[in-house]
Design a protein around this ligand. Structure first.
Ligand SMILES: CSC[C@H]1O[C@H](OP(=O)(O)O)[C@H](O)[C@@H]1O
Length: 350
């Protein structure tokens, strides 16, 4: 079966349990918004776009549970529950707002049908725009180079193909790059468990490294560009992404290596002027004290475990979206980019 993070069954959403990958393939059935909110909070599904898509399906499931009583007012508790699942990825709130807008004024079966259709469209649209984003991003990767990436931004983090990993996939398919170095991305290990697994399935040459090896790799001259995803990009181009991203941007700047952010426009939050206002999720201490449940530290050692950090726009060479490339991002460049026409995507989830 083709790899996907989410499998929609009209009355149920099956979520691939990414906590168990790559060694076990388990699916978590979600029957309502409570199930979906739990899946997001517990990182059964993770990745900014995938979180937004899952939330949209959560609204559709909540509407189905309400049946003839379905209304936006009665959906409010479900929307709130989904909104409270994780704070940083703006795609979650973008999806909930989009669902709320299309459901306003509808009730009962009409609302249910529209909720299902919109959730399916958000899913299909994300897959389509990732391919468009990738086409824009390929030329940013130096011909024949090795690319460093962080965390997981592939099919498992999106509606398919991926954002940064989507650019890498399309670049590899077009003979543009020589291979990938994937940082393991402690503490949750998205790089070692998910990215290396995705790339190996696609036959893309990938070398797994610990996060601490990124500096010497860049110093060696072996890395042609760094490309990462995003969870929230503010009006001036500051970018929140998986913890460790900021350090990579500083290293890339020092070594004069292009540092590229790949994300859909839905990840841009123009309401926030700069990155200082981005809510940063703090996650459980045992994620650092243990690896897959195996203790690697004293059981009660104090822990600092922010799930994201913020890279200042000044360290970002380019942001690539489905609309094109923001070179040397700043407030004016981001504003101009948001004024570009959004590409049209039709069709339901394939
Ligand atoms: C396609 S962007 C995915 C984005 O989300 C990841 O965070 P998490 O695994 O905690 O959901 C990471 O920041 C990625 O860049």
């Amino acid at each position: 079966m083709e790899l996907t993070a989410l499998c929609w069954h009209r009355q149920r959403l099956d979520v691939l349990d990414q906590r168990a990958l790559p060694h076990d393939t388990r699916w978590m059935p979600c029957h309502d918004a409570t199930d979906v909110a739990s899946a997001i909070r517990d990182m059964v599904v993770r990745g900014a776009p995938a979180i937004g898509i899952a939330a949209a399906y959560g609204v559709a499931l909540a509407a189905q549970r309400l049946g003839a009583e379905a209304s936006l007012e009665r959906l409010a508790p479900a929307l709130q529950q989904l909104a409270e699942s994780r704070p940083t990825a703006v795609n979650l709130f973008w999806a909930l707002e989009r669902m709320g807008k299309v459901l306003a004024g509808l009730e009962g079966e009409a609302l249910i049908a529209r909720a299902v259709a919109e959730a399916e469209h958000i899913h299909a649209e994300d897959l389509a725009l990732n391919h468009r984003l990738a086409e824009h991003g390929v030329s940013l990767l130096p011909q024949g180079s090795f690319i460093y990436t962080h965390c997981n931004t592939g099919t498992l983090a999106t509606g398919g193909h991926g954002t940064a990993l989507g650019v890498i996939r399309t670049a590899w398919q077009g003979g543009r790059i020589a291979g990938v170095y994937a940082g393991e991305t402690r503490p949750w290990m998205q790089g070692s468990r998910l990215t290396s697994w995705e790339l190996m399935q696609d036959g893309v040459p990938v070398t797994l490294v610990t996060d601490s090896m990124a500096a010497v790799l860049m110093q060696s001259g072996r890395i042609g560009a760094v490309i990462v995803g995003a969870d929230r990009i503010t009006a001036n181009g500051d970018t929140a992404n998986k913890i460790g991203t900021y350090g990579l941007a500083v290293l890339a700047h020092h070594h004069r290596i292009p540092f590229i952010v790949a994300a859909p426009v839905a990840t841009i939050d123009p309401q926030l002027a700069d990155g200082s206002a981005i809510p940063i999720e703090q996650r459980p201490a045992d994620e650092v004290r243990q690896i897959h449940g195996v203790p690697v530290a004293p059981a009660t050692v104090p822990v600092f475990n922010p799930a994201f950090d913020v890279t200042p726009a000044g360290l970002i060479s380019a942001i690539v979206t489905e609309r094109g490339v923001i070179t040397r991002p700043d407030t004016a460049a981001v504003r101009a980019h948001l004024a570009l026409p959004a590409p049209e995507f039709a069709g339901a989830h394939s």
